[in-house]
Design a protein around this ligand. Structure first.
Ligand code: COA
Length: 280
């Protein structure tokens, strides 16, 4: 258990494969398996604190977000299904009005996750519905097991998505497919999610952890400073015209030529050695 772990969010510091490098991968597991890891207020507070910790902690080189595996079934009861996150905790919606909703959903943990400058990977095993799909969409990369299911079923509750799916999901899979998912509320499987660009990679459930860690290690082996510039610049494509975005890229690219890590990376290439990033 780490200092930012809570009863509903387990944070692990996973050592890098390359032990010559400082730092670690921070894996946060949402831990309410009996409620399919639904996002209640406690989870959202914990996730927000986690994000603040990630941002202020130089040792974190990559982030993984996961859902806890089901617990063994209670006697006489059927086992709970695997879930990444089955959405916002619907029980908190009872009697909630618009004023309370605005407070709850403004400046929320999904935005905090989206706002991280560090690379983020959603490791999705099982249901990623509603807020779960939105947590996944607020990560940079999504890796799913072949039993993952994605959906935005809020329409069945008389609602629409409230953690950004109408915008971030649409950026990933497009306007038409987003309308279909939001208006039907139907789930899609991992293969379909991959075919429409919602998921980067699909693998067997027993391989999910290894595939995700492999990706996290690859990314963690780069300069955190340069990764942040890459993320910021690619993000700029979401809110700008093509010409504006290309101008932003030109500025970001040029600025990297003043960084220590550009000197290091280029020198290491010339010397055929491994770069030692200073993350600056
Ligand atoms: N909020 C609160 N509780 C939830 C939940 C959510 N979003 N999703 C699942 N749960 C709870 C169930 O109430 C149940 O609790 P209980 O065992 O104490 O009764 C437990 O998790 C297991 O879910 P259950 O519905 O029994 O599993 P299932 O295998 O029959 O169905 C789902 C799985 C995912 C299809 C179903 O749970 C579901 O539709 N969940 C809601 C998805 C949703 O609408 N998300 C968007 C919310 S805005």
């Amino acid at each position: 258990m780490d200092e930012v772990s809570t009863s509903v969010l387990t944070v692990e510091k996973i050592p890098l494969n390359d032990d010559s490098m400082d730092g670690y991968i921070a894996k946060a597991t949402i831990n309410r398996p009996n409620k399919l890891n639904a996002l209640n207020a406690e989870v959202m507070d914990s996730l927000k604190n986690f994000c603040a910790w990630v941002e202020s902690n130089k040792s974190v080189r990559c982030v993984i977000i996961a859902g806890a595996k089901p617990l063994p079934a209670e006697e006489g009861k059927r086992p709970k299904p695997n879930a990444f996150v089955a959405g916002a905790d619907i029980s908190e919606f009872v009697g909630m009005d618009s004023a309370a909703t605005k407070i709850k959903f403004t400046d929320n943990a999904v935005e905090a996750l989206w706002g991280l400058t560090k690379p983020t990977i959603a490791m999705v095993d099982g249901f990623a519905l509603g807020g779960g799909c939105e947590v996944a969409c607020s990560c940079d990369i999504r890796i799913a097991s072949d039993r993952a299911k994605f959906g935005t079923p809020e329409i069945n509750l008389g609602l629409i998505p409230g953690y950004g799916a109408t915008q971030r999901l649409a950026k990933l899979i497009g306007y038409g497919k987003t309308l279909e998912m939001v208006m039907t509320g139907e789930m899609i499987n991992a293969q379909e999610a991959k075919s429409i660009g919602l998921v980067n990679h699909v693998c067997a459930p027993e391989e999910l952890e290894a595939v995700t860690l492999d990706m996290a290690n690859k990314i963690a082996s780069k300069s955190v400073f340069t990764l942040a510039a890459a993320k910021r610049t690619i993000r700029a494509s979401l809110n700008n015209t093509l010409d504006q975005g290309v101008a932003i890229e030109a500025e970001e690219f040029a600025n990297l030529f003043d960084s220590k890590d550009k000197e290091e990376g280029v020198k290491a290439f010339m010397e055929r050695s491994k770069p030692k990033w200073q993350d600056m």
